[in-house]
Ligand binder design. Sequence first.
Ligand code: HEC
Length: 137
Amino acid sequence: MKRLAIPVFLMMMGTAGAQTKSGTVAKKAPVKTAPIAKNKLASTPAIKKEDVEEGKVLLSKSDCLACHKVDTKVVGPAYADVAKKYPYSTTNVELLSTKIINGGSGTWGAVPMAAHPALAAADVKKMVTYILSLNTK
Ligand code: HEC
């Protein structure tokens, strides 16, 4: 354990060194950003038929169809249009699931979608998988 103490101490020194005497933070080296979106798209597993079927049932049991239809805009966008806008990927499933749980507006217009905090995240992901499957026939 004693060996660890030296690098930890050096790290602390390094942090302190970032602060100049006048109190302003010294310029940090530019942070390299990895192409996360691309990587995630590449790692998206194939769409699961069971998830699509389960998602469709879950969606019909919730309030979704009061505001959404597959082919026509009602209060919310048509699911076919949502599927066209967002290709099926892990990233997009997560993005849309968060939106459904938290609610929100601004992507399709000013009308907000109600929040759905009572829904389980795993169920919402299946609903989204069903919606996005409408574009991969
Ligand atoms: C009260 C009406 C209403 C209900 C109920 C509703 N939605 Fe929505 N939904 C909307 C509106 C309005 C939008 C557009 C929001 C926007 O423009 O950002 C939307 C957008 C969406 C989007 C696209 C989000 C985006 O950022 O592009 C998805 C996916 C979606 N809804 C799925 C669902 C699901 C699944 C349910 C049921 C759990 C549901 N909605 C229930 C009104 C509703």
